[in-house]
Design a protein around this ligand. Structure first.
Ligand code: GDP
Ligand code: MG
Length: 806
């Protein structure tokens, strides 16, 4: 057992019992690896405390410490059969007491069935009495709701096949995915961000909650990870209160079966009052049946039949009585506000100000409400939020006791633990992370990506040659010939050849994310990131930033604090995105052909280093305060689905090709036009007297101190604002393919130009996504700030190299 002496009070050599005796208020932080305890009280306040409760940290819950991160903080605990991370500072707010001997019936043999009885069998869950089918032709809309990593995206892809498109959320603008269910014309299913409860904790969770509450889909497909059923059902219970027809999809049944576990689906249906369909999204099992049930409940608007989960015999029934009292009190208000009554009652009892306001209770009613809550807290001996969370978890335990046969062992869990011994091990975690990233870059640039790129470049080269022959043979007008060959083929072609590298990079990033590795990286790096004022969660957007800034900025929505989100967004441009690769490759080939790898690595590291420096500045001056708590689930390692991965790659490819043939094509054509004509629209002899030269000349003095005063370089940098790749396509157009550039530039200039392109303003698409997230002011800030940083850095590099005698 590693020793973690975080607290001076701890005495070595004492057993746990002794420690409890010495220290009346022992906290979770003081537990050692492998030790078990029961939660006594949960401190803290606000959203974080609610989040703790929603994640299952409630008085009475048993927790076991799994490990500490390599740097000693955060820690990983196991509760309700799943793994959660939290920082020691937050763990110190959770009081513990000795655990009572566990009586959980693990591995008891029971006669169980996984099979589902089929649609409407015995009319049990599809009762026809209250049947009110939606009119023919109504679009059946579904929301796909579930915890993170429960398999939503995998299921979504199975349900929709390739018939999906990515759209934008109106208002909050979150990338949401809509699609039509295969074989069900006129349906629309929406893949929502993963949530743990209907109390939103991050801005992304708010989106999911609002979708369910405001857009009122015809049906909910609640995806539940069957290997982690206790935690997953917590959300299910809250969804059942929404009064929206619902089907529970029990996912990952292949793993449950494989481990010898079982789930009595019929009993579970009876207890939850909605159809429960066992499926395996990854193996495409049970999907057809799920579709049948979902469309049926939606069409006939069959609402969940049970909402009353509070047991009147539970702890004297205090919670039960209070909920029902509140139900009566607010019923008419909830109806008027269009909020499901049962949901509203739970929320106002918890003290949700947002819902309380919407209900518009008068003072009398508010007072009554307070009395009810107070009385409940007194009788139950828990505060209101904890009492309600406890009520939900007790119901879940009853469901699990009745329906779930836990396997003796969970192979995936054991495998994950084994892998984690290395990936989050004290001495191995960070070297392995560096190794993994190194491998990703090596494979991308040197092996797979590079190989495919050469192939593609040759193909494009051959095509260009053929077209040239045809144009010459056909005696096509010189200017047009120049447009096609020097403009389009030279420009777009050079960019297009980077497609393989970019797609390969995204492939590895998505592999890391889907397998569950990035969550470990966040766990391991949390302490380091805290030094620069961020939390471990920010590592995800930052790593995605190596692919493309746009999705990176978007993925910051999973961060639960505005401060962290802002800071992470402002730092992502420092992670060199794949679109800058063509620029690096172009200059390295022309000027430093013998130090290719060295310079590439150097550039990436320069970006990271500058990011760290800027982060320190931000932390000191712009974003004071602490990073948010780091409460995160560590999912089991899983093999990412082939289909999901292929679909992602296809999307990226499509995206890139679209860009190459829109933004980049247009930019290249404009540049070609401006450099071919003068202000009187005569074709110029040499482009120095062209319109372009004149315009770029205005900006040239700004770049002169960097040695980059040449108008052609200035032009290419400006066009890089449209899309980074077009820096290269423009240079190709302006200098011609064969080494024209080495005549006007020295190695020294090339070096500072590389640094400048690494750091200067992100492209329009990235700036637009910053604007969507943070508003116009910050978007403008990003553009100006990055240019300033880039200028200074490039200047410094030039200075240093000059002093070194270059
Ligand atoms: P999301 O975060 O809810 O969108 O979850 P994903 O669809 O990304 O899935 C998370 C991980 O679980 C991926 O690695 C999937 O390949 C895996 N997965 C999804 N469904 C199943 C399943 O039915 N069985 C197994 N064994 N793995 C699955
Ligand atoms: Mg997903």
């Amino acid at each position: 057992m590693p020793k973690h002496t975080h607290n001076g009070k701890r005495k070595n050599g004492h057993g746990m019992k002794d420690r409890y005796e010495q220290d009346e208020n022992m906290t979770l932080k003081e537990l050692k690896v492998g030790e078990k305890a029961a939660v006594k009280a949960v401190g803290g306040s606000g959203a974080l405390r609610q989040h703790f409760l929603d994640m299952g940290i409630i008085p009475g819950t048993e927790v076991t410490v799994v490990k500490f991160a390599p740097m000693g903080d955060p820690m990983e605990i196991c509760l309700h059969g799943y793994e959660l991370t939290l920082r020691l500072d937050d763990a110190a707010q959770i009081d513990i007491e000795p655990a009572t001997e566990s009586t959980s019936p693990v591995g008891i043999e029971r006669k169980t069935v996984n099979e589902h009885p089929g649609l409407g069998e015995g009319g049990r869950f599809h009762e026809k009495k209250t049947e009110k089918p939606l009119p023919e032709g109504t679009q059946l809309t579904f929301a796909l709701v579930g915890n993170q990593n429960s398999g939503k995206t995998t299921l979504f892809n199975q349900l929709t096949g390739s018939k999906q498109h990515v759209g934008n959320f109106p208002g909050v603008t979150v990338d949401r995915k809509d699609g039509e269910i295969i074989g069900q014309k006129g349906t629309r299913i929406t893949d929502l961000p993963g949530i743990y409860s209907m109390s939103p904790y991050s801005s992304e969770e708010l989106v999911s909650r609002d979708f369910v509450l405001k857009e009122k889909p015809c049906g909910i497909i609640n995806i539940v990870d069957a290997t982690n059923i206790e935690r997953n059902l917590y959300l299910t219970m809250q969804l059942l209160e929404m009064e929206i027809p619902m089907v529970v999809a029990l996912n990952m049944m292949d793993e449950v079966d494989g481990n010898g576990g079982a789930i009595d689906v019929n009993t579970m249906e009876a207890m939850l009052g909605v159809p429960v369909v066992p499926i395996s999204a990854a193996k495409n099992q049970g999907i057809h049946e799920l579709i049948q049930h979902a469309t049926h409940v939606a069409k006939y608007q069959e609402k969940p039949q049970i909402q009353d989960f509070c047991d009147e015999n539970d702890h004297g029934g205090a919670v039960h009585r209070s909920i029902h009292a509140v139900l009566r009190l607010i019923e008419d208000h909830a109806l008027q506000a269009g909020i499901p009554v049962r949901f509203a009652a739970g929320k106002v009892l918890e003290g949700d100000a947002n819902i309380l306001e919407k209900l518009a209770l008068d003072d009398n009613e508010k007072e009554t409400l307070e009395h009810i809550a107070l009385q409940m807290e007194k009788e139950r001996g828990l505060d209101k939020s904890a009492a309600l969370a406890d009520m939900r978890f007790s119901f879940i335990m009853k469901v699990c006791d009745a329906c779930v046969t836990k396997p003796h062992e969970n192979k995936e869990r054991i495998r994950s633990r084994r892998l984690d011994r290395f990936f989050t091990g004290k001495y191995t975690a960070i070297p392995l992370f560096i190794l993994v990233m190194g491998l990703v870059f090596y494979l991308t640039f040197n092996v797979i990506g590079a190989f495919l790129q050469d192939l593609l470049a040759e193909g494009i080269g051959a095509l260009t040659e053929t077209v040239r022959q045809v144009l010459i043979a056909g005696g096509v007008n010189q200017v047009l010939q120049s447009l096609i060959l020097d403009g389009i083929f030279e420009g777009v072609g050079s960019v297009l050849s980077f497609l393989p590298i970019i797609v390969t990079m995204f492939f590895f990033l998505s592999l890391m994310e889907d397998s569950g590795y990035i969550a470990r990286v966040a766990f391991v790096m949390d302490k380091l990131l805290r030094r620069i004022g961020l939390s471990g969660r920010s590592i995800v957007p930052l790593l995605i930033g190596f692919g493309c800034t746009v999705p990176a900025v978007m993925s910051t929505r999973t961060l639960p604090s505005e401060r962290d989100r802002k800071m992470t967004i402002l730092l992502t441009p420092f992670m060199s995105c794949t679109a800058k690769l063509p620029i690096y490759a172009f200059f390295v080939d022309a000027f430093f052909p013998h130090h290719k790898a060295l310079i590439m690595i150097g550039l990436y590291l320069t970006g990271i280093l500058t990011g760290i420096i800027v982060a320190y500045i931000y932390k000191k001056f712009l974003f004071k305060g602490e990073a948010v708590p780091f409460v995160m689930e560590l999912p089991n390692y899983r093999m990412p689905g082939v289909r999901t991965t292929l679909q992602l790659l296809w999307e990226k490819t499509k995206d890139f090709i679209q860009r190459a043939f829109s933004v980049i094509l247009i930019a290249t054509m404009i540049v070609w036009f401006l450099q071919s004509f003068d202000f009187r629209f005569n074709v110029v002899e040499s482009s120095e007297s062209s319109i372009l030269a004149a315009i770029a000349g205005i900006f040239a003095p700004l770049f002169a101190p960097l040695g980059m005063g040449d108008w052609r370089i200035v032009t290419s940098l400006i066009s890089g604002f449209m899309a980074k790749e077009s820096v290269v396509s423009v240079l190709e157009v302006l200098f011609g393919p064969e080494g024209g550039i080495s005549a006007v530039m020295t190695n020294l200039t090339a070096a500072s130009l590389l640094v400048f392109s690494l750091l200067y303003t992100p492209c329009v698409a990235a700036v637009a996504s910053v604007r969507r997230e943070l508003g116009r002011k910050w978007a403008i800030y990003v553009v100006l700030w990055q240019c300033l940083v880039a200028w200074v850095a490039a200047f410094l590099v030039r200075l240093v190299l000059l002093l070194m005698g270059w």
